[in-house]
Write a protein that binds this ligand. Sequence first.
Ligand SMILES: Cc1ncc(COP(=O)(O)O)c(C=O)c1O
Length: 381
Amino acid sequence: MNKIKIPKNRLRKLKTYALGQEPYELQKLNSKKIPKTLIDLCSNDYFGLSRDNDVVKASYEISLIEGLGSGGSRFITGSRPIHKLLETQLAEWLNQEKVLLFPSGFQANIAAVQGLVNRNSVVIADKFIHNSLLVGIKASGSRLVRFAHNDLKDLENKILKFNSTQKSILIIVESLYSMEGSIAPLKEIAKICKKYNVELLVDEAHALGILGPEGKGLSFDLSKNITMITGTFGKSFGSGGAFIACNSKVGEYLIQTSGAFRYTTALSPALAAGALKSLQKIKINKEWGINLLNASKEWKKEIIRNSTYPVKGESQILSIIVGQEEKAILLQKYLERNGFLAIAIRPPTVPENESRIRLTIRRDLNIDILKKFASILKSFK
Ligand SMILES: Cc1ncc(COP(=O)(O)O)c(C=O)c1O
């Protein structure tokens, strides 16, 4: 450990927040002063379901029946009726044959990659895929090749390059990218994968509940051409835990072979019940996703009108591209002084000179909040 040296400007401090009075408020805790109330523009609780009364109640009530922790892996004593119920209802909603639960999206992604490739495989992945997928690729021993972000031509060229080798090929993309807020041309990607008969893994973490028909994700109509879909309950579902959706054959293969599924304590019944209640709410409120995307368009317009920085993002994730790391930190602090929590994302998470303030727009933010944010942004020098 003595040998590990992290450059000073890369050091990150863990901060603690309590919940504020309004559903979109957080309180930054501080040992010396009174907590500072901030408007949350950076969590992934897009619909505010983590604090929804029905969701929290469902979670509490199931704990009284099935216990808080599951106490074991799914193969030992960890499988509870709530797991089966959530898997079945999610599979039905997504029109998938099989859904398998995992304790986190990070773990589900590792399981998905390891289930599909090994050291005789090549993974061709979008340049901006999530760290969990990269960890899975590394652990699988497969060869990693990147294609330029959302670039279909580059993807096809990379497939052509490796298609004549003996190696199996897996393409990995996200449907909605967490740092760029950009949306993958998934239909075209699936078409290319079909043309060359290669496997496709899609991470729907940020899209679920928001994109696709009734929030069912961009994979919904394409699932016959996608080998596996991963999703998490930690974002729009306001809970925790995650899943892989696939066909029965692939699902059974994972159950029998995946260490990340077999050798871990099963998802807490409380989180599973919360996720199930959120699923039911998302199903009923079909317009939530579209409304959030429309509101996000308004946010983008106002930010562009009130700031000189370019803004990226075609979704509820928007990035104000500040460029210099130091300047992004200054803007973060300025926003915080004025009551907004919006974090500066810096290298190595994003490329050098692309430091940014990443905003995640929530369903419960109103027009007054947007106006206040825009005027504060305008006054930043
Ligand atoms: C694209 C993407 N995939 C997977 C994950 C991991 O999900 P979880 O938070 O459930 O571990 C995240 C979370 O940050 C993510 O942004």
